[in-house]
Design a protein around this ligand. Structure first.
Ligand code: NAD
Length: 287
């Protein structure tokens, strides 16, 4: 089965649509003029339109000073704030993320929010968007990960690390692989579920027959303008029971989860019940 991320994302976005006149506002800081970053920001703006929330983009020159950017962030009065990544080398990513008040950190990258995930997992009202997207895809197919062997390739703050923690909270047995991992292919072949977030085309060439394969990676393909994932799709699609394509898989779901975080910030502010995954079992926080 080939997952259709656009279709599911659209379905979920419809459920998030705000009908009131007063609505949340997302503030996005965009540094420089990388076409990739601009295109990601445009997708976020489009999703905001779809769910009827306001959004404002602040453009900064590539050489913006760290203090200037942080001063601007501190003055923003938006309900949700994000800084489009990656940032130029001269800026300290962590200091900039930490200048966003954690309750407005809609990307859920602030250390305070990551710590909460470590303890409360999916019971948090905000989750890092790409890990949340992967969990949502597993739920869409009703995949119970309890006791399953998951090979997570990549351990970044953005994807691999929080996702491996969230999967452990769902009682999966998670092996985290990274650049220095030896015999990566063995870890891949051993897995019931393979999740790749490395940014290395054709890193995953073979999986166990019937494995579930989730491709988070985004890289420039050999053909100009073509985006590819980490998985050699044409080979692995014949081995996997479920596979996510690139583009059109995890990407649209990630934007959708950003919108869910924004709506949860808004609902919390209004004192309304926030969305929490209804599939969590009572035993979720046992360990
Ligand atoms: P990153 O560069 O911060 O981390 C990459 C991780 O992969 C590291 O932990 C590294 O050790 C590991 N890695 C790299 N090469 C490897 C190899 N040969 N074998 C095993 N591990 C290896 O990147 P990131 O921010 O975590 O993003 C990962 C990928 O996911 C990128 O391609 C990025 O563009 C993509 N991404 C996609 C979405 C989406 O919505 N689809 C969202 C975020 C990131």
């Amino acid at each position: 089965m080939i997952f259709n991320g656009n279709q599911l994302a659209n379905q979920i976005l419809q459920t998030l649509r705000i009908s009131s006149k007063i609505k949340p506002k997302l503030g996005i800081c965009l540094v420089g003029d990388s076409p990739a970053s601009k295109s990601y920001v445009n997708r976020k703006l489009k999703a905001c339109q779809e769910i009827n929330v306001d959004a404002e983009v602040f453009n900064f020159k590539e050489n913006v000073g760290q203090d200037q950017l942080i001063k601007h962030i501190k003055q923003m009065d938006h309900d949700g704030i994000l800084v489009q990544l990656p940032l130029p080398q001269h800026l300290n990513k962590l200091d900039i993320i930490h200048s966003i008040p954690y309750e407005k950190d809609v990307d859920c990258l602030h250390m305070h929010n990551l710590q909460r995930i470590l303890v409360y997992g999916e019971l948090c009202e905000m989750l890092p968007c790409t890990p949340a997207a992967v969990l949502q895809i597993l739920d869409y197919y009703d995949i119970n990960v309890v006791g399953k062997r998951v090979t997570m390739i990549g351990r970044s703050f953005l994807v691999g690390l929080p996702l491996s923690l969230l999967l452990q909270k769902r009682n999966a047995t998670v092996t985290v692989c990274h650049r220095e991992t030896q015999k990566l292919d063995e870890h891949i072949m051993n897995a019931d579920i393979v999740i790749s977030a490395a940014g290395q085309p054709k890193l995953v060439r073979n999986v166990k027959q019937g494995a579930i394969v989730i491709d988070v990676g985004i890289s420039q393909g050999e053909k100009k303008g073509k985006i590819v994932g980490d998985v050699d799709f044409d080979i692995v699609k014949h081995q996997a029971s479920i596979i996510t394509p690139v583009p059109g898989g995890v990407g649209p779901m990630t934007v959708c989860m950003l919108m869910r975080n924004l709506c949860n910030i808004w609902k919390k502010k209004l004192g309304q019940p926030v969305y929490i995954n209804p599939k969590l079992s009572e035993a979720y926080l046992n360990d």
